[in-house]
Design a protein around this ligand. Structure first.
Ligand code: DC
Length: 220
């Protein structure tokens, strides 16, 4: 088994930004597992599947061949051979991913792919269940959190910078709902692994969090 750092936590805590920095500094590959759930959601959305229809989701899993590669250091997700990176972040796909990722068969398929990646390559992998389910023997497990208000403010800033209309309270309400869904679902709910180090990024800079994780890893 290669070396790995597992970073779990709720949406908007800064996992992907920090995982990218840490992986670059340590020479590891960054694996964004959320992007795999999103690629499955692109597939289901294209087929017009209702996200609440478990049977329809399960009937269409096998026709999705999802794989990942890396181009210029960035993860690329392929859905049946097509690079779908530009389609992963729409509202429709986010909403479908949040529902379809609760399905045990979807998780089984993607967890297998995630474990395969970590077997032969040193990885920083982020998601919701990496330390608890995917890589329970990870060298270092981090549970990265931030208050819902701070996470909403970060998202608000991103949207305003893109020139999008938004409301801070509505964003925070959505975040709280998403946390609730992720934490209470039956299959692989978001929770801190017993042996994970919890880091609250609310009042830390990105660099401070990344440095802390690298120092934890180097002092194992
Ligand atoms: O981290 P993200 O927002 O890109 O994740 C997209 C969706 O997939 C989100 O609803 C949570 C879910 N997810 C999951 O259930 N397990 C993971 N390991 C990663 C993401």
């Amino acid at each position: 088994m290669a070396n790995s750092i597992a970073i779990d936590g709720p949406a908007g805590a800064g996992k992907s930004t920090i995982a990218k920095i840490v992986s670059k500094k340590l020479g590891f590959i960054y694996i964004d597992t959320g992007a795999m759930y999103r690629a499955m959601a692109v597939h289901l959305t294209r087929l017009g599947v209702d996200g609440n229809d478990f049977a329809a989701i399960e009937a269409n899993i096998d026709s999705a061949d999802i794989s990942i590669g890396h181009e210029n250091g960035e993860q690329v997700v392929y859905l049946n051979g097509e690079n779908v990176n530009s389609q992963l972040r729409t509202e429709e796909v986010s909403s479908m991913a949040s529902k379809s990722s609760a399905n045990a068969k979807v998780r089984e398929k993607l967890v297998e792919l995630q474990r395969k990646q970590a077997k032969t390559t040193d990885v920083v992998m982020d998601g919701r269940d990496i330390g608890t389910v995917v890589l329970p023997d990870s060298n270092l497990k981090v549970y990265l959190t931030a208050s819902s208000r701070v996470r909403a403010e970060r998202r608000y800033k991103e949207m305003i910078e893109k020139g999008e209309q938004c409301d801070l309270d509505t964003i925070e309400k959505d975040i709280i709902e998403r946390d609730h869904r992720d934490m209470t679902r039956e299959n692989s709910p978001l929770k801190k692994a017993d042996d994970a180090v919890e880091i609250d990024s609310s009042y830390m800079t990105i660099e401070e969090v990344a440095d802390k994780i690298i120092s934890l890893y180097n002092n194992l």
